[in-house]
Design a protein. Structure first.
Lengths: 104, 245
């Protein structure tokens, strides 16, 4: 079987400007936040994220303004932490840095 | 045994479920999660579907955090049934109840989940999105909205942007901390169906942003000792109380 195992930095190096990322997990659970934090150390920008219920890992990329579009059904941190603060920071107001495209 | 608004709402949810129902709640739904576990503990024979992909999990596995995405809603399941399969099932008309919630709602049952204030592209508050409610509401036999608040900020005269809205030909129920609203099949507007024992119709009117014309509505029976014991049994960490803080 082809081994896809690689280091965090090698995985982060795969990400280029403008890519659409399907980030796993939902809300606060099983969501690869360390991977997103690794991306915040890199100059990648204009990322798009998609998922049924993007949570913390996606929110980090909106908080850092590296993501500009979210495709989702529910984007939040459940009752544990409420509305997603990074998404709100980048999407609200007169000059939003990112846009929401809701499905369902 | 004492009870408050969380227990009354949970009991209202438990009583809304009938034997044989296929029932779904999604994520961020700790109130219906605890209520559905308790309904199982009471011996109701419905099918419990949720986002964990587990069917009829072991309801005695207690939640430890206010999330519906943790292992307690999967462990002991009798089958694995994914979210895509749940949506397919409901889209084929076989889903009896979906428990959903909202940021705001108006008298027509139009629900805001996308944003509040401003416009879609320039919102004052960006909400979490509909989480499937736009798909499920039109196809579910009985959509039930639960909302652990009852005030004029939530129940408004007019929702500017409806993430979803009820099918006029289907029953639609709203359970709040004070009462149950119902829109019967074939009707357009919500009516006060039942109030809870600790409130009055006047208090419901004072805290609702649309005009309520009902003058005489029944009072729901308070929780029984058995119902309260079931809630304690399945929720020893009082996760039910989280949404009411």
């Amino acid at each position: 079987m082809y081994d896809k195992t690689m280091s965090l930095s090698q995985a982060a190096d795969l990400i280029k400007d403008g890519m659409l990322l399907a980030i796993g997990g939902n809300g606060m659970h099983r969501t690869p936040s360390i991977f997103s934090l690794a991306l915040t150390k890199k100059p990648v920008k204009e990322l798009k994220v998609c998922g049924a219920a993007p949570g913390l890992a996606s929110d980090i990329l909106f908080a850092s303004f590296q993501a500009d579009t979210a495709y989702f059904g529910f984007f939040g941190l459940e009752n544990e932490a409420g509305l997603a603060p990074g998404m709100r920071k980048s999407m609200e107001g007169d000059n939003p840095k990112a846009k929401a495209i809701e499905g369902s | 045994m004492e009870y408050g608004k969380p227990e009354m709402m949970a009991v209202a949810i438990m009583r809304a479920i009938s034997d044989g129902d296929i029932v779904f709640h999604g994520l961020a739904s700790s109130t219906p999660m605890v209520a559905m576990k308790a309904a199982k503990a009471m011996g109701k024979t419905f099918t419990y579907l949720t986002l964990s992909d587990g069917v009829d999990h072991d309801y005695l596995k207690p939640p430890t955090v206010a999330s519906t995405l943790t292992a307690n809603t999967y462990e002991g399941s009798v089958a694995t049934f994914g979210l895509d399969e749940i949506f397919d099932l409901y889209s084929s008309g076989k889903g009896d109840i979906a428990f959903l919630s909202c940021l705001q709602m108006d008298k027509s049952g139009r629900i805001a989940m996308s944003y509040l204030g401003g416009t879609y592209d320039n919102p004052k508050l960006r909400g979490p999105g509909g989480a499937g409610s736009a798909t499920l509401t039109p196809v579910t036999k009985k959509t039930i909205i639960w909302k652990p608040q009852h005030d004029k900020r939530t129940f408004v005269e007019h929702v500017e942007f409806a993430t979803t809205s009820p099918d006029v030909n289907k029953e639609f129920t709203v359970i709040t901390t004070l009462c149950i609203f119902k829109k019967p099949a074939g009707e357009k507007y919500l009516k006060v169906h039942t109030i809870f024992p600790y409130t009055t119709l006047e208090e419901v009117k004072e805290n609702t942003g649309w005009q309520i014309d009902e003058t005489n509505v029944p009072v729901m029976d308070p929780p029984t000792e058995e119902e309260l014991r079931a809630l304690k049994l399945v929720d020893p960490n009082n996760i039910l109380g989280f949404e009411f803080k």
